[in-house]
Design a binder for this molecule. Structure first.
Ligand code: NAD
Ligand code: UDP
Length: 329
């Protein structure tokens, strides 16, 4: 139900993993929420429970095309995020980031809306600075298989800052580090969903490379809290700001934790390391702590236990692999 002070909020990519969680939160807070999605890596059922709410609206639309809406805030999340998905049609991925940014920024300009860009730790590429502060400019291979995503997100950041400087648009840019939790697509090919699916179904856990590469995993609820704080924070703090969990794990450690928490006896199977796979990744979240009073609260073990429970109970017939090059684990 709407409360005093509610806002009209557009969430692009609102049916995806982060988007669906964000929409649910904003609807519960009483805002008037528009979820826009082309369902490339998601499905309507992710937000079906919100459809009966009078303050929720769902639009099937591709953000590479302009759209005319009247809103107060925009969370721009539309973009495939799993490597297998964004590499499936790399030109479309780049278009989604660049044209999507142009369209939401144009809308923000017309409506005087505030607009937040979901950027990524991938703007740091395969980083030579560790952990990564926002001041680090990154080491992205501009012609590699990850470039469609990394460079698309970098170009989107450029557009956000140029609209901010040229037109005074009220922007926010967050750089999201690996996030996991209930609602992930079971066939998205990301490491957390892959390992849990494999462990629960007695299949080998696929370790790419020797498993010594690191990631830092942030639980969904923590990340959403960071997004909302950034959107509603002071106008003189536009970012970019890192949002992620600073505890770092090797992929091998993650596999062992998933095996322990699921009680699975799956074996480990080593596969070649994909090209340009970052060797290490950990956010420096000093800025988010100082300016947003934000830091993650949910430890990996606890977040994984909740995620595993969710994966145990989903009906896999509801999900299709978004791209033909990804087969179910
Ligand atoms: P996701 O794939 O689950 O969600 C993305 C959503 O965008 C999907 O619903 C998809 O159908 C939609 N979409 C894709 N292309 C679109 C288009 N052209 N028009 C309209 N909708 C489109 O991924 P996610 O994990 O929820 O990520 C959401 C955002 O956060 C993405 O922009 C991603 O780059 C960013 N991000 C996520 C992570 C993470 O770990 N989850 C890390 C860094 C950045
Ligand atoms: N990975 C893995 N096995 C899998 C999926 C991924 O070892 O089944 C590795 C991948 O090579 C990378 C890390 O796990 O080093 C994180 O991969 P993910 O696709 O989740 O996200 P990334 O951070 O690479 O975008």
């Amino acid at each position: 139900m709407a409360v005093a002070g509610f806002k009209r909020i557009l969430v692009t990519g609102g049916a995806g993993f982060l988007g669906a969680g964000l929409c649910a939160r904003l609807v519960a807070e009483g805002h008037d929420v528009i979820c826009l999605d082309n369902f490339f890596t998601s499905q309507k059922s992710n937000v079906a429970h919100l459809l009966a709410q009078p303050n929720f609206e769902l639009i099937r639309h591709d953000i590479t095309q302009p759209i005319w809406l009247e809103v107060d805030q925009i969370y721009n999340l539309a973009c495939p995020a799993a490597p297998g998905h964004y590499q499936y049609n790399p030109i479309k991925t780049m278009k989604t980031s660049v044209l999507g940014a142009i369209h939401v920024l144009g809308m923000a300009k017309r409506c005087r809306a505030k607009v937040l860009q979901a950027s990524t730790s991938e703007v740091y590429g395969d980083p030579e600075v560790h952990p990564q502060p926002e001041s680090y400019r990154g080491a992205v291979n501009p012609i590699g298989p990850r470039a469609c995503y990394d460079e698309g997100k970098r170009a989107a950041e450029t557009l956000f800052f140029d609209y901010h400087r040229c037109h005074g648009i009220n922007i926010r840019v967050v750089r999201i580090f690996n996030t996991y939790g209930p609602g992930m697509h079971p066939f998205d090919g990301r490491v957390v969903s892959n390992f849990i699916m494999q462990a629960l179904h007695g299949k080998p856990l696929t370790i790419y490379g020797d498993g010594s590469q690191t990631r830092s995993f942030c639980y969904l609820d923590d990340l959403l809290e960071g997004l909302v704080r950034m959107m509603n924070g002071p106008d003189d703090f536009v970012g970019p700001v890192n949002l992620g969990n600073p505890r770092e794990f090797t992929i091998l450690e993650l596999a062992q934790l998933v095996l322990r928490l699921t009680g699975s006896s799956s074996i480990l199977e080593y596969r070649p390391l994909p090209a340009d796979d970052p060797a290490q990744r950990r956010p420096d979240i000093t800025l988010a702590r100082q300016r947003l009073g934000w830091e993650p609260k949910v430890p990996l073990e606890e977040g994984l236990a909740r995620t595993i429970e969710w994966f145990r109970n989903i009906d896999l017939r509801r999900y299709r692999p978004p791209t033909p090059n990804l087969t179910p684990a």
